[in-house]
Design a protein around this ligand. Structure first.
Ligand code: HEM
Ligand SMILES: *[C@@H]1O[C@H](CO)[C@@H](O)[C@H](O)[C@H]1NC(C)=O
Length: 535
Protein backbone atom coordinates (compact mmCIF):
# COMPACT_ATOMS: atom_id res chain seq x y z
CA UNK A 1 0.00 0.00 0.00
CA UNK A 2 2.98 2.19 0.57
CA UNK A 3 3.79 2.07 -3.06
CA UNK A 4 0.34 3.40 -3.95
CA UNK A 5 0.88 6.37 -1.61
CA UNK A 6 4.26 6.91 -3.15
CA UNK A 7 2.80 6.90 -6.67
CA UNK A 8 0.17 9.38 -5.57
CA UNK A 9 2.78 11.74 -4.14
CA UNK A 10 4.84 11.52 -7.26
CA UNK A 11 1.80 12.32 -9.37
CA UNK A 12 0.90 15.30 -7.14
CA UNK A 13 4.36 16.75 -7.31
CA UNK A 14 4.46 16.34 -11.04
CA UNK A 15 1.12 18.05 -11.45
CA UNK A 16 2.10 20.96 -9.16
CA UNK A 17 5.25 21.35 -11.05
CA UNK A 18 3.59 21.37 -14.44
CA UNK A 19 1.06 23.96 -13.25
CA UNK A 20 3.84 26.21 -12.13
CA UNK A 21 5.60 25.58 -15.37
CA UNK A 22 2.53 26.56 -17.40
CA UNK A 23 1.91 29.70 -15.33
CA UNK A 24 5.47 30.81 -15.61
CA UNK A 25 5.44 30.11 -19.29
CA UNK A 26 2.39 32.29 -19.79
CA UNK A 27 3.87 35.09 -17.76
CA UNK A 28 7.01 35.08 -19.76
CA UNK A 29 5.39 34.81 -23.11
CA UNK A 30 6.14 38.44 -23.75
CA UNK A 31 9.74 37.86 -23.00
CA UNK A 32 11.97 37.78 -26.05
CA UNK A 33 14.03 35.00 -24.63
CA UNK A 34 11.12 32.96 -23.65
CA UNK A 35 12.00 30.12 -25.97
CA UNK A 36 15.27 29.61 -24.23
CA UNK A 37 13.62 29.92 -20.87
CA UNK A 38 11.08 27.27 -21.77
CA UNK A 39 13.87 24.98 -22.91
CA UNK A 40 15.61 25.37 -19.57
CA UNK A 41 12.38 24.70 -17.72
CA UNK A 42 11.75 21.57 -19.72
CA UNK A 43 15.21 20.26 -19.02
CA UNK A 44 14.71 20.94 -15.34
CA UNK A 45 11.34 19.23 -15.36
CA UNK A 46 12.82 16.21 -17.10
CA UNK A 47 15.63 16.08 -14.56
CA UNK A 48 13.12 16.24 -11.77
CA UNK A 49 11.06 13.41 -13.25
CA UNK A 50 14.22 11.37 -13.59
CA UNK A 51 15.10 11.93 -9.94
CA UNK A 52 11.62 11.03 -8.78
CA UNK A 53 11.60 7.86 -10.88
CA UNK A 54 15.04 6.98 -9.59
CA UNK A 55 13.97 7.40 -5.97
CA UNK A 56 10.79 5.45 -6.56
CA UNK A 57 12.63 2.52 -8.14
CA UNK A 58 15.25 2.55 -5.39
CA UNK A 59 12.61 2.55 -2.70
CA UNK A 60 10.61 -0.27 -4.31
CA UNK A 61 13.74 -2.32 -4.67
CA UNK A 62 14.55 -2.02 -0.98
CA UNK A 63 11.29 -3.79 -0.07
CA UNK A 64 12.85 -7.13 0.93
CA UNK A 65 15.82 -5.51 2.63
CA UNK A 66 13.48 -3.35 4.74
CA UNK A 67 11.58 -6.45 5.78
CA UNK A 68 14.72 -8.48 6.54
CA UNK A 69 13.82 -11.20 4.06
CA UNK A 70 16.70 -13.03 2.35
CA UNK A 71 16.77 -11.80 -1.21
CA UNK A 72 18.79 -11.40 -4.37
CA UNK A 73 20.38 -8.05 -4.98
CA UNK A 74 18.32 -6.32 -7.67
CA UNK A 75 19.73 -4.57 -10.68
CA UNK A 76 18.40 -1.05 -11.09
CA UNK A 77 14.97 -1.11 -12.76
CA UNK A 78 15.29 -4.70 -14.06
CA UNK A 79 15.37 -6.26 -10.62
CA UNK A 80 16.44 -9.87 -10.97
CA UNK A 81 14.62 -10.57 -14.20
CA UNK A 82 16.59 -8.86 -16.88
CA UNK A 83 16.08 -12.05 -18.81
CA UNK A 84 12.33 -11.49 -18.89
CA UNK A 85 12.98 -9.74 -22.17
CA UNK A 86 13.14 -13.19 -23.66
CA UNK A 87 16.51 -14.82 -23.19
CA UNK A 88 15.45 -17.37 -20.57
CA UNK A 89 12.18 -19.22 -19.97
CA UNK A 90 10.24 -18.08 -16.89
CA UNK A 91 10.48 -21.55 -15.31
CA UNK A 92 14.29 -21.50 -15.65
CA UNK A 93 14.52 -18.01 -14.20
CA UNK A 94 12.66 -19.12 -11.09
CA UNK A 95 14.60 -22.38 -10.92
CA UNK A 96 17.75 -20.27 -10.79
CA UNK A 97 16.28 -18.17 -7.96
CA UNK A 98 15.31 -21.35 -6.13
CA UNK A 99 18.84 -22.73 -6.36
CA UNK A 100 20.44 -19.50 -5.25
CA UNK A 101 18.07 -18.93 -2.34
CA UNK A 102 16.98 -22.29 -0.97
CA UNK A 103 19.69 -22.45 1.68
CA UNK A 104 18.58 -19.16 3.22
CA UNK A 105 15.21 -20.28 4.58
CA UNK A 106 11.72 -21.30 3.48
CA UNK A 107 10.94 -18.04 1.69
CA UNK A 108 13.03 -15.48 -0.17
CA UNK A 109 12.50 -12.35 -2.19
CA UNK A 110 13.29 -11.32 -5.75
CA UNK A 111 12.20 -8.45 -7.96
CA UNK A 112 10.50 -8.65 -11.31
CA UNK A 113 11.44 -5.17 -12.45
CA UNK A 114 10.28 -3.08 -9.48
CA UNK A 115 7.73 -5.55 -8.19
CA UNK A 116 8.73 -7.64 -5.19
CA UNK A 117 7.91 -11.34 -5.63
CA UNK A 118 8.20 -13.95 -2.89
CA UNK A 119 9.72 -17.30 -3.90
CA UNK A 120 8.82 -20.40 -1.89
CA UNK A 121 11.96 -22.50 -1.41
CA UNK A 122 10.74 -25.15 1.03
CA UNK A 123 8.32 -28.03 0.48
CA UNK A 124 6.52 -27.61 3.82
CA UNK A 125 5.82 -24.02 2.90
CA UNK A 126 4.61 -25.15 -0.56
CA UNK A 127 2.06 -27.26 1.29
CA UNK A 128 1.01 -24.30 3.49
CA UNK A 129 0.58 -21.90 0.57
CA UNK A 130 -1.27 -24.31 -1.72
CA UNK A 131 -3.28 -26.30 0.80
CA UNK A 132 -3.08 -25.74 4.55
CA UNK A 133 -3.31 -21.97 4.59
CA UNK A 134 -5.03 -21.60 1.26
CA UNK A 135 -7.41 -18.97 2.65
CA UNK A 136 -4.46 -16.54 2.61
CA UNK A 137 -3.66 -17.29 -1.01
CA UNK A 138 -6.89 -17.68 -2.92
CA UNK A 139 -5.86 -15.57 -5.94
CA UNK A 140 -3.35 -15.89 -8.76
CA UNK A 141 -3.22 -12.18 -9.39
CA UNK A 142 -3.76 -12.52 -13.14
CA UNK A 143 -5.23 -9.76 -15.22
CA UNK A 144 -8.80 -10.04 -16.44
CA UNK A 145 -11.35 -7.58 -17.78
CA UNK A 146 -14.85 -8.91 -17.32
CA UNK A 147 -16.66 -6.08 -19.09
CA UNK A 148 -14.78 -5.46 -22.32
CA UNK A 149 -13.15 -8.85 -22.57
CA UNK A 150 -15.55 -11.44 -21.13
CA UNK A 151 -13.45 -14.43 -22.17
CA UNK A 152 -10.65 -13.30 -19.88
CA UNK A 153 -12.93 -13.80 -16.84
CA UNK A 154 -12.29 -17.54 -16.64
CA UNK A 155 -11.55 -19.72 -13.68
CA UNK A 156 -7.78 -19.49 -13.97
CA UNK A 157 -7.62 -15.72 -13.63
CA UNK A 158 -10.58 -14.94 -11.37
CA UNK A 159 -9.89 -13.91 -7.77
CA UNK A 160 -11.10 -15.80 -4.68
CA UNK A 161 -14.79 -15.09 -4.24
CA UNK A 162 -15.71 -15.17 -7.93
CA UNK A 163 -13.48 -18.15 -8.51
CA UNK A 164 -15.02 -20.18 -5.70
CA UNK A 165 -18.55 -20.10 -7.03
CA UNK A 166 -17.42 -21.03 -10.54
CA UNK A 167 -15.23 -23.85 -9.30
CA UNK A 168 -18.16 -25.26 -7.33
CA UNK A 169 -20.42 -25.12 -10.35
CA UNK A 170 -17.88 -26.74 -12.67
CA UNK A 171 -16.35 -29.43 -10.46
CA UNK A 172 -19.08 -31.97 -11.25
CA UNK A 173 -18.04 -31.63 -14.91
CA UNK A 174 -14.71 -33.35 -14.27
CA UNK A 175 -15.58 -36.40 -12.15
CA UNK A 176 -14.37 -39.83 -13.25
CA UNK A 177 -17.93 -40.66 -14.26
CA UNK A 178 -17.86 -37.75 -16.73
CA UNK A 179 -14.42 -38.79 -17.98
CA UNK A 180 -15.79 -42.22 -18.69
CA UNK A 181 -18.59 -40.63 -20.69
CA UNK A 182 -16.11 -38.69 -22.84
CA UNK A 183 -13.78 -41.61 -23.31
CA UNK A 184 -15.21 -42.74 -26.64
CA UNK A 185 -14.74 -39.23 -28.04
CA UNK A 186 -11.08 -39.21 -27.01
CA UNK A 187 -10.57 -42.62 -28.61
CA UNK A 188 -12.22 -41.42 -31.81
CA UNK A 189 -9.68 -38.59 -31.99
CA UNK A 190 -6.91 -41.08 -31.22
CA UNK A 191 -8.00 -43.23 -34.18
CA UNK A 192 -8.02 -40.24 -36.51
CA UNK A 193 -4.56 -39.31 -35.29
CA UNK A 194 -3.37 -42.85 -35.88
CA UNK A 195 -4.78 -42.96 -39.42
CA UNK A 196 -3.15 -39.67 -40.18
CA UNK A 197 0.25 -40.83 -38.92
CA UNK A 198 0.01 -44.05 -40.85
CA UNK A 199 -0.44 -42.17 -44.06
CA UNK A 200 2.36 -39.77 -43.23
CA UNK A 201 4.83 -42.52 -42.33
CA UNK A 202 4.12 -44.06 -45.73
CA UNK A 203 5.45 -40.90 -47.36
CA UNK A 204 8.17 -39.56 -45.00
CA UNK A 205 10.49 -41.10 -42.46
CA UNK A 206 11.46 -38.03 -40.46
CA UNK A 207 9.10 -35.24 -39.44
CA UNK A 208 8.16 -32.71 -36.78
CA UNK A 209 5.92 -34.20 -34.06
CA UNK A 210 5.07 -31.28 -31.78
CA UNK A 211 2.65 -29.72 -34.22
CA UNK A 212 1.00 -33.07 -34.95
CA UNK A 213 0.53 -33.72 -31.25
CA UNK A 214 -1.00 -30.26 -30.79
CA UNK A 215 -3.39 -31.03 -33.61
CA UNK A 216 -4.41 -34.25 -31.86
CA UNK A 217 -5.13 -32.54 -28.52
CA UNK A 218 -6.88 -29.66 -30.31
CA UNK A 219 -9.21 -32.16 -31.93
CA UNK A 220 -9.88 -33.89 -28.62
CA UNK A 221 -10.69 -30.71 -26.73
CA UNK A 222 -12.56 -29.25 -29.68
CA UNK A 223 -14.80 -32.29 -29.77
CA UNK A 224 -15.24 -32.45 -25.99
CA UNK A 225 -15.62 -28.77 -25.21
CA UNK A 226 -17.41 -27.63 -28.34
CA UNK A 227 -18.68 -30.80 -29.93
CA UNK A 228 -17.00 -29.75 -33.10
CA UNK A 229 -14.92 -31.72 -35.53
CA UNK A 230 -12.01 -29.32 -35.76
CA UNK A 231 -10.31 -31.43 -38.36
CA UNK A 232 -6.97 -29.91 -37.55
CA UNK A 233 -5.42 -33.32 -38.16
CA UNK A 234 -6.15 -33.09 -41.85
CA UNK A 235 -6.09 -29.34 -42.14
CA UNK A 236 -3.23 -27.65 -40.28
CA UNK A 237 -4.80 -24.26 -40.88
CA UNK A 238 -8.13 -25.23 -39.34
CA UNK A 239 -9.58 -22.18 -37.57
CA UNK A 240 -9.43 -23.76 -34.15
CA UNK A 241 -5.77 -24.47 -34.36
CA UNK A 242 -4.96 -21.05 -35.82
CA UNK A 243 -6.87 -19.25 -33.09
CA UNK A 244 -5.34 -21.37 -30.33
CA UNK A 245 -1.85 -20.67 -31.60
CA UNK A 246 -2.63 -16.99 -31.89
CA UNK A 247 -3.79 -16.82 -28.29
CA UNK A 248 -0.52 -18.24 -26.98
CA UNK A 249 1.64 -16.16 -29.27
CA UNK A 250 -0.21 -13.10 -28.06
CA UNK A 251 0.70 -13.75 -24.42
CA UNK A 252 4.20 -12.60 -25.10
CA UNK A 253 3.62 -8.86 -25.41
CA UNK A 254 5.94 -7.43 -22.77
CA UNK A 255 4.51 -3.92 -22.76
CA UNK A 256 1.00 -5.23 -22.31
CA UNK A 257 2.12 -7.49 -19.48
CA UNK A 258 3.91 -4.71 -17.66
CA UNK A 259 0.77 -2.57 -17.92
CA UNK A 260 -1.46 -5.42 -16.64
CA UNK A 261 0.89 -5.89 -13.75
CA UNK A 262 1.70 -2.35 -12.78
CA UNK A 263 -1.80 -0.87 -12.97
CA UNK A 264 -4.50 -3.51 -13.45
CA UNK A 265 -7.37 -1.19 -12.51
CA UNK A 266 -6.19 1.47 -14.91
CA UNK A 267 -5.64 -1.14 -17.62
CA UNK A 268 -9.24 -2.32 -17.12
CA UNK A 269 -10.56 1.23 -17.42
CA UNK A 270 -8.51 1.76 -20.54
CA UNK A 271 -10.18 -1.32 -22.01
CA UNK A 272 -6.97 -3.33 -22.27
CA UNK A 273 -7.69 -6.92 -23.22
CA UNK A 274 -6.12 -10.18 -22.17
CA UNK A 275 -7.59 -12.09 -25.10
CA UNK A 276 -7.02 -10.70 -28.59
CA UNK A 277 -10.25 -9.45 -30.19
CA UNK A 278 -10.11 -11.75 -33.24
CA UNK A 279 -9.59 -14.75 -31.04
CA UNK A 280 -12.36 -13.68 -28.66
CA UNK A 281 -14.85 -13.01 -31.45
CA UNK A 282 -14.11 -16.37 -32.99
CA UNK A 283 -14.71 -18.27 -29.76
CA UNK A 284 -17.77 -16.27 -28.71
CA UNK A 285 -19.26 -17.04 -32.09
CA UNK A 286 -18.48 -20.73 -31.95
CA UNK A 287 -20.02 -21.03 -28.49
CA UNK A 288 -23.09 -19.06 -29.54
CA UNK A 289 -23.66 -21.17 -32.64
CA UNK A 290 -23.05 -24.44 -30.84
CA UNK A 291 -25.52 -23.60 -28.08
CA UNK A 292 -28.17 -22.40 -30.49
CA UNK A 293 -27.82 -25.51 -32.62
CA UNK A 294 -27.97 -27.90 -29.71
CA UNK A 295 -30.87 -26.21 -27.98
CA UNK A 296 -32.86 -25.99 -31.20
CA UNK A 297 -32.23 -29.57 -32.27
CA UNK A 298 -32.18 -31.04 -28.78
CA UNK A 299 -28.73 -32.57 -29.36
CA UNK A 300 -27.04 -34.47 -26.51
CA UNK A 301 -23.40 -35.49 -26.84
CA UNK A 302 -22.11 -36.25 -23.34
CA UNK A 303 -19.39 -33.65 -23.46
CA UNK A 304 -18.31 -30.49 -21.63
CA UNK A 305 -20.63 -28.35 -23.70
CA UNK A 306 -23.64 -30.47 -22.71
CA UNK A 307 -22.79 -30.08 -19.06
CA UNK A 308 -22.31 -26.34 -19.47
CA UNK A 309 -25.59 -25.96 -21.36
CA UNK A 310 -27.37 -27.64 -18.47
CA UNK A 311 -26.03 -24.86 -16.25
CA UNK A 312 -27.02 -22.09 -18.63
CA UNK A 313 -29.23 -19.39 -17.19
CA UNK A 314 -32.20 -18.82 -19.53
CA UNK A 315 -31.70 -15.13 -18.74
CA UNK A 316 -28.40 -15.10 -20.53
CA UNK A 317 -27.03 -11.84 -19.21
CA UNK A 318 -27.32 -12.99 -15.61
CA UNK A 319 -25.39 -15.38 -13.45
CA UNK A 320 -27.25 -17.38 -10.81
CA UNK A 321 -26.80 -19.65 -7.84
CA UNK A 322 -26.13 -22.76 -9.88
CA UNK A 323 -26.36 -21.14 -13.27
CA UNK A 324 -23.96 -19.46 -15.68
CA UNK A 325 -24.53 -16.40 -17.83
CA UNK A 326 -23.69 -16.72 -21.51
CA UNK A 327 -20.40 -14.87 -21.06
CA UNK A 328 -19.40 -17.03 -18.11
CA UNK A 329 -20.20 -20.15 -20.05
CA UNK A 330 -18.19 -18.99 -23.05
CA UNK A 331 -15.21 -18.03 -20.89
CA UNK A 332 -15.03 -21.50 -19.30
CA UNK A 333 -15.31 -23.18 -22.68
CA UNK A 334 -12.49 -21.02 -23.91
CA UNK A 335 -10.40 -21.85 -20.84
CA UNK A 336 -10.92 -25.59 -21.27
CA UNK A 337 -9.70 -25.16 -24.79
CA UNK A 338 -6.54 -23.12 -24.08
CA UNK A 339 -5.73 -24.98 -20.84
CA UNK A 340 -6.35 -28.33 -22.45
CA UNK A 341 -4.52 -28.51 -25.74
CA UNK A 342 -1.11 -26.91 -25.27
CA UNK A 343 -0.34 -28.43 -21.86
CA UNK A 344 -1.26 -31.95 -22.92
CA UNK A 345 0.44 -31.74 -26.29
CA UNK A 346 3.73 -30.52 -24.81
CA UNK A 347 3.50 -33.34 -22.27
CA UNK A 348 3.30 -35.82 -25.17
CA UNK A 349 6.07 -34.02 -27.04
CA UNK A 350 8.55 -34.31 -24.15
CA UNK A 351 7.49 -37.88 -23.54
CA UNK A 352 8.29 -38.88 -27.12
CA UNK A 353 11.58 -37.02 -26.93
CA UNK A 354 12.70 -38.96 -23.85
CA UNK A 355 11.41 -42.27 -25.23
CA UNK A 356 13.39 -41.64 -28.41
CA UNK A 357 16.52 -41.05 -26.36
CA UNK A 358 15.99 -44.21 -24.35
CA UNK A 359 14.91 -47.12 -26.51
CA UNK A 360 14.73 -49.56 -23.62
CA UNK A 361 12.11 -47.48 -21.79
CA UNK A 362 10.25 -47.07 -25.08
CA UNK A 363 10.26 -50.83 -25.67
CA UNK A 364 9.13 -51.51 -22.12
CA UNK A 365 6.22 -49.07 -22.57
CA UNK A 366 5.23 -50.74 -25.84
CA UNK A 367 5.38 -54.21 -24.33
CA UNK A 368 3.24 -53.00 -21.44
CA UNK A 369 0.59 -51.63 -23.82
CA UNK A 370 0.53 -54.93 -25.73
CA UNK A 371 0.30 -57.01 -22.55
CA UNK A 372 -2.54 -54.98 -21.05
CA UNK A 373 -4.44 -54.95 -24.34
CA UNK A 374 -4.03 -58.72 -24.65
CA UNK A 375 -5.44 -59.10 -21.14
CA UNK A 376 -8.49 -57.08 -22.19
CA UNK A 377 -9.19 -58.97 -25.40
CA UNK A 378 -7.30 -56.44 -27.53
CA UNK A 379 -9.89 -53.73 -26.78
CA UNK A 380 -9.12 -50.10 -26.03
CA UNK A 381 -11.62 -49.38 -23.27
CA UNK A 382 -11.76 -47.05 -20.29
CA UNK A 383 -10.82 -50.02 -18.11
CA UNK A 384 -7.90 -51.22 -20.22
CA UNK A 385 -6.46 -47.71 -20.41
CA UNK A 386 -6.77 -47.34 -16.64
CA UNK A 387 -4.83 -50.57 -16.34
CA UNK A 388 -1.85 -49.17 -18.25
CA UNK A 389 -0.05 -48.04 -15.12
CA UNK A 390 3.39 -48.00 -16.70
CA UNK A 391 2.16 -45.29 -19.07
CA UNK A 392 1.23 -43.25 -15.99
CA UNK A 393 4.78 -43.69 -14.71
CA UNK A 394 6.24 -42.54 -18.03
CA UNK A 395 3.93 -39.51 -18.22
CA UNK A 396 4.52 -38.62 -14.56
CA UNK A 397 8.26 -38.68 -15.10
CA UNK A 398 7.88 -36.49 -18.20
CA UNK A 399 5.75 -34.09 -16.12
CA UNK A 400 8.51 -34.05 -13.53
CA UNK A 401 11.32 -33.33 -15.93
CA UNK A 402 9.27 -30.95 -18.07
CA UNK A 403 6.36 -29.49 -16.08
CA UNK A 404 4.31 -27.73 -18.80
CA UNK A 405 3.42 -25.04 -16.23
CA UNK A 406 6.86 -24.54 -14.66
CA UNK A 407 5.84 -21.96 -12.00
CA UNK A 408 2.74 -21.83 -9.80
CA UNK A 409 1.29 -18.40 -9.08
CA UNK A 410 -0.45 -17.13 -6.00
CA UNK A 411 -1.17 -13.70 -4.55
CA UNK A 412 -1.54 -13.13 -0.80
CA UNK A 413 -5.13 -12.18 -0.07
CA UNK A 414 -4.49 -11.77 3.67
CA UNK A 415 -1.29 -11.08 5.58
CA UNK A 416 0.50 -14.32 6.29
CA UNK A 417 2.98 -15.13 9.01
CA UNK A 418 5.46 -17.66 7.56
CA UNK A 419 5.68 -20.50 10.13
CA UNK A 420 8.90 -20.63 12.19
CA UNK A 421 10.17 -17.31 10.85
CA UNK A 422 9.73 -13.63 11.56
CA UNK A 423 8.58 -13.03 8.01
CA UNK A 424 5.12 -11.75 7.18
CA UNK A 425 3.89 -11.90 3.59
CA UNK A 426 1.86 -8.74 3.09
CA UNK A 427 -1.53 -8.73 1.39
CA UNK A 428 -1.12 -8.17 -2.33
CA UNK A 429 2.34 -9.75 -2.54
CA UNK A 430 2.88 -12.18 -5.39
CA UNK A 431 4.06 -15.60 -4.26
CA UNK A 432 5.62 -17.93 -6.84
CA UNK A 433 6.40 -21.63 -6.49
CA UNK A 434 9.38 -22.66 -8.64
CA UNK A 435 8.08 -26.02 -9.82
CA UNK A 436 10.82 -26.66 -12.39
CA UNK A 437 13.48 -25.87 -9.77
CA UNK A 438 11.97 -28.28 -7.25
CA UNK A 439 11.51 -31.02 -9.87
CA UNK A 440 15.22 -30.73 -10.74
CA UNK A 441 16.61 -30.44 -7.21
CA UNK A 442 18.98 -33.39 -6.61
CA UNK A 443 18.05 -33.30 -2.92
CA UNK A 444 14.44 -34.04 -3.90
CA UNK A 445 14.94 -36.16 -7.05
CA UNK A 446 18.45 -37.73 -7.07
CA UNK A 447 20.24 -37.52 -10.43
CA UNK A 448 17.46 -35.24 -11.73
CA UNK A 449 18.46 -35.20 -15.40
CA UNK A 450 17.99 -38.97 -15.68
CA UNK A 451 14.62 -39.99 -17.14
CA UNK A 452 13.45 -42.82 -14.93
CA UNK A 453 9.76 -43.78 -14.76
CA UNK A 454 10.50 -45.96 -11.73
CA UNK A 455 10.65 -42.79 -9.65
CA UNK A 456 6.88 -43.18 -9.67
CA UNK A 457 6.74 -46.68 -8.27
CA UNK A 458 4.65 -46.66 -5.06
CA UNK A 459 7.75 -47.32 -2.92
CA UNK A 460 9.69 -44.37 -4.32
CA UNK A 461 6.70 -42.02 -4.17
CA UNK A 462 6.28 -43.00 -0.51
CA UNK A 463 9.84 -41.97 0.28
CA UNK A 464 9.39 -38.44 -1.07
CA UNK A 465 7.82 -35.34 0.39
CA UNK A 466 4.17 -35.33 -0.77
CA UNK A 467 4.63 -31.88 -2.33
CA UNK A 468 7.82 -32.70 -4.22
CA UNK A 469 5.92 -33.33 -7.46
CA UNK A 470 3.19 -30.83 -8.35
CA UNK A 471 2.84 -30.51 -12.14
CA UNK A 472 -0.91 -29.89 -11.73
CA UNK A 473 -0.60 -27.61 -8.69
CA UNK A 474 -2.25 -28.62 -5.44
CA UNK A 475 -5.03 -27.71 -3.05
CA UNK A 476 -8.38 -26.10 -3.86
CA UNK A 477 -6.99 -24.51 -7.05
CA UNK A 478 -5.36 -27.67 -8.39
CA UNK A 479 -5.85 -28.20 -12.14
CA UNK A 480 -9.48 -29.10 -12.60
CA UNK A 481 -8.70 -30.93 -15.85
CA UNK A 482 -6.00 -33.21 -14.44
CA UNK A 483 -7.88 -36.45 -15.08
CA UNK A 484 -8.94 -35.35 -18.53
CA UNK A 485 -5.41 -34.24 -19.45
CA UNK A 486 -3.89 -37.51 -18.29
CA UNK A 487 -6.56 -39.55 -20.04
CA UNK A 488 -6.06 -37.89 -23.40
CA UNK A 489 -2.27 -38.11 -23.06
CA UNK A 490 -2.52 -41.81 -22.23
CA UNK A 491 -4.79 -42.54 -25.18
CA UNK A 492 -2.44 -40.62 -27.48
CA UNK A 493 0.62 -42.39 -26.12
CA UNK A 494 -0.90 -45.83 -26.35
CA UNK A 495 -1.70 -45.37 -30.05
CA UNK A 496 1.81 -44.08 -30.65
CA UNK A 497 3.60 -46.89 -28.85
CA UNK A 498 1.35 -49.62 -30.19
CA UNK A 499 1.89 -48.81 -33.84
CA UNK A 500 5.14 -46.85 -34.25
CA UNK A 501 8.77 -46.79 -33.25
CA UNK A 502 10.46 -43.47 -32.57
CA UNK A 503 14.06 -42.35 -32.82
CA UNK A 504 15.81 -38.98 -32.65
CA UNK A 505 15.78 -37.37 -36.10
CA UNK A 506 18.77 -35.89 -37.90
CA UNK A 507 17.28 -32.42 -37.62
CA UNK A 508 16.69 -32.75 -33.88
CA UNK A 509 18.95 -30.83 -31.52
CA UNK A 510 20.05 -32.81 -28.47
CA UNK A 511 19.60 -31.52 -25.85
CA UNK A 512 16.51 -29.63 -26.93
CA UNK A 513 16.34 -26.02 -25.80
CA UNK A 514 13.30 -24.41 -24.27
CA UNK A 515 11.36 -21.88 -26.26
CA UNK A 516 12.04 -18.77 -24.18
CA UNK A 517 9.05 -16.89 -25.53
CA UNK A 518 6.51 -19.52 -24.61
CA UNK A 519 4.73 -19.36 -21.24
CA UNK A 520 4.42 -23.14 -21.40
CA UNK A 521 7.59 -25.23 -21.26
CA UNK A 522 7.95 -26.11 -24.88
CA UNK A 523 10.85 -27.23 -27.10
CA UNK A 524 12.35 -24.64 -29.41
CA UNK A 525 12.10 -25.54 -33.08
CA UNK A 526 9.78 -28.48 -32.48
CA UNK A 527 10.59 -32.16 -32.17
CA UNK A 528 12.05 -33.90 -35.22
CA UNK A 529 11.82 -37.66 -34.97
CA UNK A 530 12.20 -40.53 -37.33
CA UNK A 531 9.12 -42.67 -37.17
CA UNK A 532 8.65 -46.23 -38.38
CA UNK A 533 5.48 -48.22 -38.54
CA UNK A 534 5.42 -51.50 -36.62
CA UNK A 535 3.91 -54.39 -38.54
C1 HEM B 1 -1.06 -32.25 -18.96
C2 HEM B 1 -2.03 -31.41 -18.93
C3 HEM B 1 -2.22 -30.28 -17.94
C4 HEM B 1 -1.33 -29.70 -17.07
C5 HEM B 1 0.14 -30.05 -16.85
C6 HEM B 1 -2.06 -28.67 -16.36
C7 HEM B 1 -1.51 -27.87 -15.37
C8 HEM B 1 -2.22 -26.95 -14.63
C9 HEM B 1 -1.67 -26.17 -13.55
C10 HEM B 1 -0.25 -26.24 -13.04
C11 HEM B 1 -2.65 -25.37 -13.07
C12 HEM B 1 -2.52 -24.39 -11.89
C13 HEM B 1 -2.69 -25.15 -10.60
C14 HEM B 1 -2.36 -24.35 -9.38
O1 HEM B 1 -2.14 -23.14 -9.47
O2 HEM B 1 -2.32 -24.95 -8.28
C15 HEM B 1 -3.84 -25.64 -13.84
C16 HEM B 1 -5.06 -25.02 -13.65
C17 HEM B 1 -6.17 -25.26 -14.42
N1 HEM B 1 -6.28 -26.19 -15.45
FE1 HEM B 1 -4.86 -27.48 -16.07
N2 HEM B 1 -3.34 -28.64 -16.82
C18 HEM B 1 -3.50 -29.61 -17.78
C19 HEM B 1 -4.64 -29.91 -18.48
C20 HEM B 1 -5.85 -29.28 -18.34
C21 HEM B 1 -7.07 -29.60 -19.07
C22 HEM B 1 -7.18 -30.70 -20.10
C23 HEM B 1 -8.03 -28.72 -18.65
C24 HEM B 1 -9.49 -28.60 -19.04
C25 HEM B 1 -10.15 -29.34 -19.83
C26 HEM B 1 -7.43 -27.87 -17.64
C27 HEM B 1 -8.09 -26.86 -16.99
C28 HEM B 1 -7.56 -26.11 -15.96
C29 HEM B 1 -8.31 -25.10 -15.22
C30 HEM B 1 -9.76 -24.71 -15.46
C31 HEM B 1 -7.44 -24.56 -14.25
C32 HEM B 1 -7.75 -23.47 -13.24
C33 HEM B 1 -8.20 -24.11 -11.95
C34 HEM B 1 -8.56 -23.12 -10.85
O3 HEM B 1 -8.01 -22.03 -10.78
O4 HEM B 1 -9.44 -23.48 -10.04
N3 HEM B 1 -6.11 -28.23 -17.48
N4 HEM B 1 -3.56 -26.61 -14.80
C1 LIG C 1 17.29 -45.88 -20.02
O1 LIG C 1 16.58 -45.73 -18.81
C2 LIG C 1 16.85 -46.75 -17.86
C3 LIG C 1 15.92 -46.49 -16.69
O2 LIG C 1 16.08 -45.21 -16.21
C4 LIG C 1 18.32 -46.71 -17.47
O3 LIG C 1 18.60 -47.75 -16.57
C5 LIG C 1 19.16 -46.83 -18.71
O4 LIG C 1 20.52 -46.66 -18.37
C6 LIG C 1 18.78 -45.80 -19.75
N1 LIG C 1 19.49 -46.02 -20.99
C7 LIG C 1 20.06 -45.06 -21.68
C8 LIG C 1 20.69 -45.43 -22.96
O5 LIG C 1 20.07 -43.91 -21.27
Amino acid sequence: MRSAKMKFQVAKQLSNYSHRLINKTKQKSRDRNHHEMVAVEIIMAAAMVAVIVYLYVKRQQRYWARRNVPHLKPEFFYGNTKTLDHTEQLGMIFARFYNELKSSGPLAGVYMYVRPVAVVTDLELVKCVLVKDFQHFTDRGFFYNEVQDPLSAHMFSLPGSKWRSLRQKLSPTFTSGKMKMMFSTIVAAGKQFNDFLEEKVGRESEFEMKDLLARFTTDVIGMCAFGIECNSMKDPDAQFRVMGRKFFEDQRGLVKNVFHNAAPELAKKAGVRAVNKDVADFFLNVVRETIDYRVKNNVKRNDFMDLLIQMRNPKESESGENLLSFNELAAQCFLFYVAGFETSSTLLTWTLYELSLNQSVQEKGRQHVMDVLAKHGGKITYESVNDMIYLDKILNEALRKYPPVPVHFREATKDYQVPDTKITIETGTKVFIPVYGIHHDPAVFPDPERFDPERFSPEQVQKRHPYAWTPFGEGPRICIGLRFGMLQAKVGLLYLLKNYKFGIGKQCKVPLNFDVRSVILSPEGGLWLNVKKIY
